[in-house]
Design a protein around this ligand. Structure first.
Ligand code: DGY
Length: 319
């Protein structure tokens, strides 16, 4: 029997690609350039399963009349790049890769928090530019996280992993907002009733909710104004959660003390003003970027493909 036809829209870790080749009639993306919308639409005609990533815009036009595809297997936990209603209309099943990137993403959120609090990236830039003239008592003084309050927006797996790090390693107090009651946050933490209450109570705010839908611009000018003066905002979730123009204003006015961003509103475009600010640490969407994590994400996609083509229940089905 012919093997199912599968396409990966981007290059994947070598170990996962080898497994894919062994099990499927797979088309890999050797050059690692994103598919055009026309190429993506054609993939739904020519392949049984389309393996997407966050950089693919899987919209209604692309899925309008899938000739052959029955499955979208997303390489990633977030799926706001996929129009889920359109997928349902086209009878396409969607899977994602939750669980395996929790620690890696929380590590990046923690990295951003510490980098901004301790101004490490400013120091490194100074050093590389040959501008360091030696130790001084008042040079690049940051703020200590110990004893401060961390506010988490979205207390899912990654939010809890961030809370664990900040509570145990940094002696921080934790408060959080989640749309649903959270019975066990994993560490002592207080669930507050509104996003505003969390923003007002926190010295550091870390975003861990999904992007898209009602969370677009959840952090807008009005909510930024609720944050404490000098507070630091960290985003390792999705760029569209923050209104970047409002963030620039809040940083320019000195209301916010700094920001650490791994994701951006118009990724991969970066709001130019952010790149010029000394108190903003910018990373290129590195949340899940460890070899262990990316392999685990690929293996989760494979588990979904295997289950789908064997007619078994899908391990991590979205719809
Ligand atoms: C995800 O999985 O949603 C990340 O943003 C990409 O790894």
């Amino acid at each position: 029997m012919a093997k199912p036809r599968v396409i990966c829209t981007r290059k994947w870790p070598a170990r996962v690609e080898a497994e894919l080749k062994a099990r499927y009639d797979v088309t890999l993306n050797e050059v690692d350039v994103a598919l055009t919308q026309d190429e993506l639409r054609a993939a739904f005609d020519d392949y049984d399963a389309v393996c997407t990533t966050v950089t693919d815009k899987v919209d209604a036009a692309v899925m309008a009349a899938p000739g052959r595809a029955k499955l979208i297997a997303q390489f990633g936990v977030g799926f706001n790049n996929i129009d889920i209603e359109a997928a349902k209309k086209a009878s396409l099943i969607v899977t994602n890769t939750p669980g395996v990137l929790t620690d890696a993403t929380a590590d990046i959120a923690l990295t951003l928090l510490l980098n901004v609090a301790r101004r490490t990236f400013e120091g490194e830039q100074m050093l590389r530019a040959g501008e360091w003239t030696g130790w001084r008592p008042t040079q690049l003084m940051g703020v200590s996280p110990q004893g401060k309050t961390l506010g988490i927006i979205g207390m899912g797996r990654i939010g809890k992993a961030m809370a664990k790090r900040c509570f145990h390693a940094l002696d921080m107090r934790v408060v959080f907002y989640d749309a649903f009651p959270v019975a066990d946050a994993g560490v002592p933490a207080e669930q507050l009733a509104t996003v505003e209450e969390v923003l007002a109570a926190s010295d550091f705010v870390s975003l861990h909710c999904p992007g898209g839908g009602e969370n677009v611009h959840l952090i807008n000018a009005a909510r930024l104004a609720k944050m404490k003066k000098g507070a630091i905002l960290v985003n390792s979730a999705r760029g569209d959660i923050i209104d970047e123009a409002a963030l620039v204003d809040a940083l320019n006015s000195g209301h916010l003390g700094g920001a650490g961003l791994d994701v951006f509103e118009r990724e991969p475009k970066i709001t130019a003003a952010l790149t010029k600010m000394h108190n903003v640490c910018l990373l290129p969407h590195l949340g899940s970027a460890t070899i262990e994590t990316r392999e685990a994400m690929g293996m989760t996609v494979l588990a979904n493909l295997d289950a789908f083509f064997a007619g078994r229940e899908l391990p991590t089905r979205v719809v």
